[in-house]
Design a protein around this ligand. Sequence first.
Ligand code: CAA
Length: 387
Amino acid sequence: MNVGIDLIHFSTSDYYLGLDVFAKEKHIDVDKYFVGIGQEKMSIAPPDEDVVSLAAKAAAPILQQIDKNQISAVLFATESGVDQSKSAGAFLHGLLKLSPRCRVVEFKHACYAGAAALQMATAMVRANPKEKILVVAADIAKYDVDTSGEATQGCGAVAMLVTANPRIIAIEPGSGYHTEDVMDFWRPNQRTTALVDGKYSTKVYLNSLKQAWQHFTEETGRTFGDINHFCYHIPFTKMAEKAHHTLAKVAGVKLTEDEFRAQTWPSQIYNRIVGNSYSASLFVGFCSLLDNLKENLENRRVSFFSYGSGCVAEFFTGLIQPGYQQVLMSASHQRQIDSRQPLTYAQYLAFYHQVDDNVENITFERHNKGPYRLAGIQDHKRYYEAQ
Ligand code: CAA
């Protein structure tokens, strides 16, 4: 029995900051961003957007296509959760009016949690093929102003319906993984912004890729040549390029420039203009591949490399299913990206400083144009609105 992603849809915020505007503000050559790290824009969340509203915007179009009472579990992956105790998934469950006969839990390990939730969901469906599981990965990447990470912010959510006989991709059993207790990126409980040892984090990412790949090849017997397209966790697109060079070298494969581009470029197009979305980023990359590669991907093997700082990494693969193009929601993805409003640096800073999860009482002005928004916080309780 095949198990995997039956439907997939992503969301991002209604605003962005161009890295050209950012470069001008910081008096830095724009090519450091456009070329050096491979990023052009960062999606910026207004104060009335959080991971719950982003997740609801990602999931709603999936639920419109199925009987939502059949959702048997919500697995919510995030690094930027809204409560230390209550799962963001429980807020999402309420907003989407899902059946009470459903389990909800939040997954955390930095950017790895989305892949962990997907793998957990496939295992649950293999154990009971009647299960229909909503996996959502949602994050708002936020660093301190004037730090190296500031240019690599962004936000987004990806919702995936995981079922038996999936229409988009069957996740193949067997994966390679690697865990190591390191401090390359972390966020203590009291902080709303992440701390990072930037250069070190890129080294740990690449080492984890080598280790996870080695384990993957031992577990599955598959080789580099068995994979047609490679999706990587993308904190910034240059990282994915470095990853692919590293993997090809480790596997002893020499690629032409055209082969290199064909294997990785389509999965970077959205991330380049959305920015980092931590746990969602790998799957934004997968949506980018599905939407932007005009060739038919049926029966092709796609690999996924998930990297979560701290660190946990996993390498696994899936097979694209016949007819997958009929269920893609590419137009919605493109519409959201195209309709974002540009911010000046001052407007970005105003949004940046207004978001404060620690306030006890606040009513948010409407900036979020999406179907769901964070309306306010009263007595430390979050209140959401659906249009
Ligand atoms: N034209 C072209 N290229 C230029 C340039 C110019 N004018 N100026 C600089 N560059 C190049 C540099 O040569 C460099 O290229 P290489 O990496 O190939 O050497 C690149 O642009 C970046 O320049 P710097 O190294 O000087 O940039 P920096 O020190 O300001 O920051 C960074 C780079 C450390 C990655 C920073 O963006 C950062 O801290 N990011 C957040 C951490 C991160 O994303 N880490 C990734 C791995 S961890 C992970 O994946 C989990 C996660 O999501 C956080």
